[in-house]
Design a protein around this ligand. Structure first.
Ligand code: COA
Length: 139
């Protein structure tokens, strides 16, 4: 997917946190640390530093949801991160994002902390982020 296509889909999926724009996606994509897995209906973006991966964002088009794409994208991103040497994945998710928190919990992520007021946007109350993480199993 191009940076423009990623930004267009992201804008359809996010208000909090705000969507990344095409320039931000372009910046991620030039880094050797970045992992992107995608399909026409969605994508997952992460980065790997040494043995730790961060799942930066996950987006599935509204009309394609509840078909297992989100779950599959997370699994694909984990596999790519493991191939790059990651042993653990962590992420932040808005406390009110019940759909994503359920998806991550079902995928084996545990809630390991809270970042108070992590999401700040003009004109809205700050929102807490839940930190979740998962140890990746090697076969
Ligand atoms: C969160 C998101 C990625 C889920 O994508 P999806 O393709 O619909 O997810 P899946 O179909 O793989 O669902 C996997 C599981 O997650 C949970 N889940 C997903 N959407 C849910 C919802 N709306 N309500 C409750 N649980 C939900 C369920 O446990 C589901 O399993 P089930 O369908 O067997 O019950 C999608 O809703 C989205 O893009 N949301 C906007 C962006 C976002 O919040 N991204 C994640 C934060 S970074």
């Amino acid at each position: 997917m191009t940076p423009e296509a990623l930004a267009a889909l992201h804008a359809r999926c996010f208000t909090v946190p705000r969507p990344f724009n095409a320039a931000e996606f372009r910046g991620f994509l030039v880094s050797a640390h970045t992992v992107l897995v995608s399909r026409p209906s969605g994508f997952a973006l992460g980065r790997v530093f040494t043995d730790e991966a961060e799942l930066l964002t996950l987006a599935v088009a509204p009309e394609a949801r509840r078909n297992g794409h989100g779950r599959a994208l997370v699994a694909e991103l984990e596999a790519e991160a493991m191939a790059k040497g990651a042993h653990r994945v962590f992420l932040e998710v808005a406390e009110a994002n019940v759909a994503a928190r359920r998806l991550y919990a079902a995928a084996g992520y545990r809630e390991s902390g809270i970042r108070k007021g992590y999401y700040r946007h003009a004109g809205r109350p700050a929102e807490d982020a839940v930190v979740m993480d998962k140890l990746l199993k090697r076969t």
